[in-house]
Structure formats: C-alpha cells, structure tokens
Design a binder for this molecule. Structure first.
Ligand code: 6PG
Length: 260
C-alpha cells in the first residue's frame, strides 16, 4: 500500500506499508536495485550511503543472496556510511563491520569502491572532518558545494533519531558542515554522522522502519507538529529529491491514514 501524505510542504514523500518485515525488505531491495540501475544508466555510477541498525542489516543480507546479488553491476557502486560509531572498523558496534559482513564481502568490489568513516581516529570531529573531505573528493567538489548522493538509506530509532542525529543535539540543526561528530548524552558516546545539509541534498532518501516500538514515534514524525529536536527524523526532507518510507504494519500501527 502506498500513501501520499499531505502535510507540511515537503519533497515528494511516499509511504509504503508492508505486512511483515520480510515483505518490507524485499520491496526495499527492489527499490534500491531500481535506483542503482537508473543511476548507472544515467551516470555510470551509483553513490549509496548505508545505515546501521538491524533493519538495514536485513536488507544488506537480502542483497547479498545470489538471486538479487546477480542483478546489479556492483563494480559501479560506491559505498559510504551515513553514520558511524566512534569505534575501530573491526569493533562489534561498527556499522562498517556490520555492512562488510552482511553484504560487502559477498560482492566483487575493488577497495576503491568502499569509503568507510575513519572512526578509529582518537578525535571524533577530526574523523568527521576527514570524512567530509573524502566525500568532496569522491564527488569531485570543493567547498561550499554539497555532494548529491543517488540514495541514502536511513533507519529510525524509537526515540526518533536517524543516522546519528539524536534528540536535543545541535547536529540536528547543522547548516554548514556535511559531516559532524555529536556527543550523544544518552549513549555516553560520540558518533559521526551526515548532517541535514548532506541528507537533504540527495536524489533519494529511503527510511526502513520496522517494529511496534516505533509506532508512536512514526506517528509523531509523519502526523505530528514539526519538532525535529524531539524527533530528528523530521529534519529529513530532500529539497530536490524523493523521500520514501518503507514501514512494516507494526511500525505503522499508529498512523491514522492507514485503513484499520
Ligand atoms: C546506527 C544507525 C541508526 C539506526 C536506527 C534504527 O548507527 O545505529 O544508523 O540510525 O538506523 O537506530 O536501527 P534498527 O533498525 O536496528 O531499529
């Protein structure tokens, strides 16, 4: 089921609700492969920013399976991360490690296609600044130009965070940096994250959201007042791009525009 939700002026948003997480991930995999093929046809390249979390991980595992894995020329894909924990790449909590184990190690990739966050650096903001420089280099841009990703994948936590834009952090309102390193009080840890500047310059941004624990938050995000400090996922709205929500029925359980 797809719904166009009239609300605050925002980019083309559409919301797809699926009966199960598996159905959601199958549809999201097709969506990603379609956008990848379109980008490669148009520009001979597909720039993809991965998300962390268990829902995105399920998508990566599905893409790594032979039926889907053989449906794309992966040599044309450049992989990035929309956020990373401030840990080394081999750490159990590393988003890079998660994606490498679930997907990347199964693909015929050259090292130059994979651009992880240098999260092993002692200072998180230095890692963010270096990553920002890598992004501009990879997109052949100089300041103040902003890279335009073909697709950025995002999850959302029960607190409404997305990437590593957490409630009450200044990063939610960043207007110049592309990548920053907020201290997250609730985690007692630094994170490295794309800022809204980068997120909202993408051609496509796609949320992957499963589980009843997110139902009330998703209702606030999609149907509540605009208050991104409380629910940072609301800050995402590509100015000249498409915003797509892949939601399972549990996470969509509090949305009033869904038929019962
Ligand atoms: C991270 C992620 C984070 C994640 C959400 C959803 O580094 O943790 O980038 O934003 O996408 O927390 O995670 P789940 O899908 O596991 O709920």
């Amino acid at each position: 089921m797809t719904f166009l939700t009239p609300r605050m002026p925002s980019p083309q948003r559409d919301i797809h609700v699926y009966p199960t997480p598996h159905a959601l991930l199958e549809a999201a995999a097709r969506h990603l492969l379609d956008h990848a093929r379109q980008a490669i046809d148009a520009r001979d390249s597909f720039t993809l920013a991965l998300a962390g979390g268990s829902t995105p991980k399920g998508l990566y595992a599905m893409l790594a399976d032979p039926p889907l894995r053989s449906q794309l020329d992966w040599t044309k894909v450049r992989f990035f991360w929309g956020d990373e924990r401030h840990v080394p790449p081999d750490h159990a909590e590393s988003n890079y490690r998660m994606a490498h184990e679930a997907l990347l190690r199964h693909l015929p990739l050259a090292g130059a296609q994979v651009h992880r966050v240098p999260s092993e650096l002692p200072d998180a903001q230095t890692a963010a600044d270096q990553y920002e420089a890598v992004l501009r280099e990879q997109f052949d841009l100089s300041e103040p130009d902003v890279p335009r990703f073909d697709l950025i994948l995002l999850g959302m936590g029960p607190d409404g965070h997305t990437a590593s834009l957490f409630p009450g952090t200044r990063a939610v309102h960043e207007t110049s940096r592309l990548v920053t390193a907020p201290w997250v009080e609730t985690l007692q840890a630094s994170r490295i994250t794309f800022t809204p500047v980068l997120l909202n310059h993408a051609r496509h941004v796609t949320f992957l959201i499963c589980g009843q624990a997110k139902a009330d938050t998703l209702h606030s995000v999609l149907e509540g007042p605009f208050q991104p400090d409380a629910v940072p996922a609301q800050i995402v709205g590509p100015r000249d791009g498409a915003l797509t929500w892949f939601v399972d029925r549990e996470a969509g359980g509090a949305l009033t525009f869904l038929e019962p």
